[in-house]
Design a protein around this ligand. Structure first.
Ligand SMILES: [Cu+2]
Length: 155
C-alpha cells in the first residue's frame, strides 16, 4: 500500500509541476503578447513648417532723390525688376520742383505734387517692366534745363 501511495503521490506532484509549468508558460506567453504598443501622444502634433513668407519675392528699396537747379541726384540708379522703390525726394533748390517717372514705353507712371524749397515728398513705384525709365522734373522747362536722369530696371 505504501508503494502505491508513494507512486501516486509522485505522479500527483509531477502532474502538479507540469501543470504549474504549463500555466506559467501560458502566463509568460500572454504577458509577452499583451505589452500595449505605446502610442506616443506627441505623434499628432506635427511641427508646423514656419517658412518665412517672402511675399511674391517683393523687395522694397528706399532711394534718396535730391532736386536742385538744374539736376536730379539719385543714390541708386538701378534696381532689379519687381522691386518696390520708395523714393524719398528732397527739394534742396530755390524753386518749386517735383519728381515724375516715365516708363520705357513713354508713359508717366508716377509723380509727386509740386513742392517748394526745403520741402520733401515720397513716391512709391513698383518696377514691373525691365528697361530704362526716366526720372524728371515736370515743372516748367526744368527737364530741358537738366532735371532729368535715367533709371534702369534690370531683368
Ligand atoms: Cu524742377
Amino acid at each position: 500500500m505504501s508503494r502505491m501511495s508513494v507512486s501516486t503521490r509522485t505522479l500527483a506532484i509531477a502532474g502538479a509541476l507540469i501543470l504549474v509549468i504549463i500555466i506559467a508558460a501560458a502566463f509568460m506567453l500572454q504577458g509577452g503578447e499583451e505589452q500595449p504598443p505605446e502610442t506616443p501622444a506627441g505623434g499628432e502634433e506635427e511641427a508646423e513648417e514656419t517658412t518665412p513668407r517672402e511675399e511674391e519675392g517683393v523687395e522694397t528699396l528706399t532711394i534718396k532723390v535730391d532736386l536742385t537747379e538744374w539736376r536730379i541726384d539719385l543714390d541708386t540708379t538701378s534696381v532689379k525688376r519687381g522691386t518696390k522703390v520708395v523714393f524719398e525726394v528732397v527739394n534742396s533748390g530755390n524753386y518749386v520742383h517735383a519728381l515724375a517717372v516715365r516708363s520705357p514705353g513713354g508713359e508717366v507712371i508716377a509723380s509727386t505734387p509740386n513742392f517748394g524749397p526745403g520741402g520733401s515728398a515720397t513716391l512709391e513705384v513698383t518696377f514691373e517692366e525691365e528697361g530704362v525709365y526716366i526720372l524728371y522734373c515736370p515743372v516748367g522747362n526744368h527737364a530741358n534745363l537738366g532735371m532729368t536722369t535715367e533709371f534702369t530696371v534690370e531683368g
